[in-house]
Write a protein that binds this ligand. Sequence first.
Ligand SMILES: NC(=O)c1ccc[n+]([C@@H]2O[C@H](COP(=O)([O-])OP(=O)(O)OC[C@H]3O[C@@H](n4cnc5c(N)ncnc54)[C@H](OP(=O)(O)O)[C@@H]3O)[C@@H](O)[C@H]2O)c1
Length: 336
Amino acid sequence: MPVNPPETMRQLRYDGAGGPEVIKLETAPVPRPGPGQVLIEVVAAGINRPDLMQRQGKYPPPKGATDVPGLEVSGRVVALGEGVDAPALGDEVCALVISGGYAEFAVAEAGQCLPKPKALSLTDAGGIPETFFTVYSNVIQRGRLAAGESFLVHGGSSGIGSTAIQIAKAQGAKVFATAGSAEKCRFCEELGADHAINYREADFAEEIARLTEGRGVDVILDMIGASYLQRNLASLAVEGRLVLIALMGGYKVDGLNITPVMLKRLTFTGATLRPRPKADKAEIAQGLARDVWPKLDAGEIRPVIHATFGFEEARKAHELMESSAHLGKILLLTGR
Ligand SMILES: NC(=O)c1ccc[n+]([C@@H]2O[C@H](COP(=O)([O-])OP(=O)(O)OC[C@H]3O[C@@H](n4cnc5c(N)ncnc54)[C@H](OP(=O)(O)O)[C@@H]3O)[C@@H](O)[C@H]2O)c1
């Protein structure tokens, strides 16, 4: 049975911008769902690299959103806003939230909630929404990856990468990944990548050319940006699509030769999920429910949970992500 939400709850906030030391545990009023929203009693909140950027002051929450960090949660629905038919009170769900996930109770748009997959615990479901919404919308919808095509994801061992490998493989694509160590490459191949490239030991563009006999790949999901752009263009096949979702390697490129765009009829696009309108996110949720949820329900694909931390240990959780030593997802548990 759903609990009656209490008046107050524990939440994490950033006390200014800086390192993990600015993360503070505090008590705050439980938020109330508005029209079209639900209140979730949070079991787990996923940590994503954008949370670290927000902590450093480089990624402020959109106007009107709470400054409590956290982009995804799992838990039980405990209150419904006006006009919500589904999910229902007591349902176990995971949800994409615009912010406010690092709390014992979080408000989510009803259209951004999806049922807990049958094969997963409610805790592990907290590691789904941010990477699954991002990968599905960028690789399947924007990148139009089709069965029989080939796909390259950079940062294959990241939260995003581990999801991308599985979704692309389930789509029937040949999958390549880059990662920064032999252990990370092994992890990518165990998840289903046909070939992982240790970018610290080999030039990924030379390896892609060798592995595809000079053809290149059909779709690249890139989180590195400027420092990879020329080599990404070189690694695409004719009619290839490059989808940019982050800029860990910078955003300005000197001396770029854009000729391959023309000669190979390439598409260069990108997106960032958080500021997209509610209607877009609801449409992505519907696509996920149709195309991906049956595979999560059957246990064919899953979020890979590297580690979990209590709220008191949130600083350690951020330090772990900052070290990039993790494989897959890191979760915060509320203990509820
Ligand atoms: N556009 C969107 O809508 C959207 C949504 C969610 C996330 N993102 C972005 O996607 C990226 C992955 O997010 P995530 O939550 O999956 O993060 P994550 O698990 O921390 O993954 C980041 C990975 O990138 C690799 N990496 C490469 N260059 C790096 C650098 N200069 N600094 C740190 N790591 C580097 C690291 O692995 P190696 O050891 O292999 O280098 C690291 O494991 C982030 O940049 C995030 O901002 C974008």
